[in-house]
Every structure is written in C-alpha cells, then in structure tokens.
Ligand binder design. Structure first.
Ligand code: GLA
Length: 381
C-alpha cells in the first residue's frame, strides 16, 4: 500500500509528501450508546487508511483515491463541496478545521486503504481521522486530539448526512496497540484496558450485506432515543441523555411514548450497564461473562433496537451452536459484521461451519477478518 501511494504521488505531483496513517475500529460492546451519552468500548485495528500529503502553495486541494481510481479537486470555501461522495469526507475535515479557527491551505494528497467498505469497521472514520490528524500536523494547528475526533464527527453530521456519535473517530484517533478503550461519551473521560484474551481469538464475520438507507435508519434510531429522553426529562430534569435514565424512569413514561421508542430506549439503558459489566469481567479475566453479555447485546440490537438482519441473526445463532463464547452484530448494523470471541480450539470448526452453512443459505460466502488491536492516527517515518 505504501509503495503504491508513494509511486502515485510522485507520478501525479513530481515530488514526495509526508505519510500518515489511521485505523478502522472494532467495538467489543456498547453499541448505539455514544450519541446517548453512554459508554463505548472500542479499539483501533490493523486495517486502516494511509495518506501522503503535501501543501501545494495554492488555495486548492487535489486529492487522489487509489481505491476509487479518481481525482477530486476543490477549493476550501463552503460552496466548494466536491461531487464525489468519498471526497466530501476530506472536504468536510478541511471545513471543520477552518470553522475551529485552524489554518488549512491547498494541498496535494494520495490515499488508499484496506478497511473493507460497508462492513461496519468505520472506513469513513479512518479517512476523516487520517486527514484531520495530517492537516493539524502539516499546518501547525495544535488542535487537541479529542477535538480532532470531533472534526471527523462533525464532518459526518454536516457533509455526509449521518448524525453519528463520537465512537468511531475517537477510536481511530486514540487507538493503542493491544488496548481497548472505555469512553464515557458524556464526559469524554476514557481509560485504556489491556486486551490480551489468552486462549481466545477475536474474529469478525462479514455478512457482505449492506442495506440501502442505513444512514436514514440510523438517524431515526437517534431521534427515537431523543424523544424517550425528553419524556423522561419531564419527570427527572437532570436527565440530559438517555444514558442518565434508570429503567424504572423509562417505565414511568411507557404510555407517553410510542412502543417503538420505548423498545429503543429499553435497549440503550441495558447496553450502557453491559459495558460496565464487561469491563468488570475483563478485570477478572472472566471471558465467559464477557461473551454472555455480547449475546445479550445481540438480542437487544436484533429485537429491541432492530438494526440486525436475517444474515446477522443467522451468524449469531450459528455461533451459539458452535459454542462460541460471545457473538453479536457490531457497529451501526443493517448489515456488516458480527464480532466473535472464540476459544482457540473451537476456531477452525467454527470458521468451517460459518463458510459452509452461510454460503449454502444465502448463496454468497461471508468474509473472515482476524483482527489485531492496533495503533490509531499517526505520522509515519
Ligand atoms: C456507527 C456510528 C457510531 C456508533 C455506532 C453504533 O458506527 O458512527 O457513532 O453510534 O454506529 O454503536
């Protein structure tokens, strides 16, 4: 990937730039909790996006995507939004940096990545983060790291139409080799947890399905949560986010909100607690409990939050049958991957069963990714 990028940069621009890298992410537990002010528990992974960049002394950005084999050119004013969807991520990062008082001038860039698209591994956050990090470094802006993550998040909100939380960009910027991070999305406090599950493997199974309109369905989930929180707030004025609410307080407003909003909120309140329970279990090396909580999350995401699908439910059931310790749909949902915690000795049989049974049922093979918890955004030598 590195050589490809460097050769392309040289052939397009006749010189060398600086290389940066950022990563996709997994999330062990804590799904759809970030925009509810709850906890998440992600880590950066060994799939990422690499970019070579150099200021070009103009007020225009020229950026080439190796994976789309396409060049985008744009100015840095609000009306200069490029037409290619992928380029809007880079444009958004420039605009959000400028809005925060940062300096951004024209630059040339080439980038490529190996984060599978649409798999729920946050290729978009990796793209935002590598550019947010690089621009901050190249133009000497000294924007602190958490704000760089927010630049990526605001890019999604204002230029890509997804009202996402902070988890993906946080993981991509703050990721550390061998560690998961528990982030309190309300206070922005975070803690690194070394994650070396001896005797287990962490494997992602990509259903290779991606549902259309996933982003509008995502935004709708968020609206449900906000309505439920608003109803609870009438009785309990201190409830700023849904994560502040107790299960009992939700019960009090059962008749005031729709059944759908109730189920969404019920899931979120349970999930916030599950993150804390998983962290406690990890501190005791109790992977059986971690796994059981992952199955509970899957149940909630499937039946209450309704962001699973037939293929993912199938993978989850199959994991249970194969005695996999923990399994659940990961990320925003509506397709993508399950994350599985599998005992070493069961791994081969599980993968074999997944390949055979999934392919027989759905007519296409799933993809298998063995992930390693890795570093997040950084400058390369
Ligand atoms: C997507 C969003 C995140 C988070 C997850 C669900 O990945 O970008 O902010 O809400 O979905 O946990």
């Amino acid at each position: 990937m590195k050589t490809k990028i460097q050769e392309k940069f040289r052939s397009l621009f006749g010189e060398d730039g600086q290389l940066y890298m950022s990563s996709g992410r997994i999330n062990l537990i804590g799904e759809h909790t970030d925009y509810n002010g709850g906890y998440v528990f992600p880590g950066a992974i060994n799939f990422g996006i690499m970019a070579e960049i150099k200021p070009n002394g103009t007020n225009k950005v020229k950026v080439f995507s190796i994976d789309f084999n396409e060049m985008a050119e744009f100015g840095l004013n609000e009306e200069d939004k490029p037409k290619q969807a992928w380029a809007c991520y880079v444009f958004g990062v420039c605009r959000e940096t400028i809005k925060r008082g940062g300096k951004v001038e024209g630059f040339n860039a080439v980038f490529a990545g190996d984060v599978p698209l649409g798999a729920g591994l946050s290729s978009s956050a990796a793209l935002e983060s590598v550019f947010a990090f690089a621009i901050n470094d190249l133009f000497g802006n000294n924007i602190e790291k958490f704000e760089l993550a927010r630049i990526g998040q605001s890019t999604e909100h204002n230029y890509c139409g997804v009202k996402c939380g902070i988890m993906d960009q946080f993981a991509s910027i703050f990721g550390k080799k061998g560690a998961l991070m528990r982030l309190n999305c309300k206070t922005s406090e975070y803690k690194y947890f070394p994650f070396h599950p001896d005797g287990y493997k962490l494997v992602l199974i990509d259903s290779c399905v991606k549902h259309e309109l996933a982003s509008s369905a995502y935004n709708k989930r968020r609206e449900s949560c906000e309505r439920a929180a608003a109803a609870i707030r009438e009785n309990h004025p201190d409830v700023e986010f849904l994560s502040d609410a107790k299960r009992l307080w939700l019960e009090e407003v059962r008749d005031k909100i729709s059944q759908e909003d109730f189920l969404r909120a019920e899931y979120v309140i349970g999930e916030v607690q599950r993150v804390l329970d998983v962290c406690d279990a990890l501190e005791r090396d109790d992977y059986e409990t971690v796994g059981e909580l992952m199955y509970q999350t899957h149940f909630g995401l499937s039946r209450l939050y309704e962001v699973s699908c037939e293929e993912l439910d199938f993978l989850n059931k199959l994991a249970r049958k194969c005695d996999v310790t923990g399994s659940r749909v990961m990320g925003g949902g509506f397709g993508g991957c399950t994350i599985n915690l599998v005992k070493d000795e069961l791994y081969d049989d599980f993968i074999k069963a997944v390949k055979e049974k999934f392919t027989a049922k759905f007519g296409h093979a799933p993809k298998i990714y063995d992930v390693v918890i890795s570093d997040g955004a950084r400058k390369l030598q």
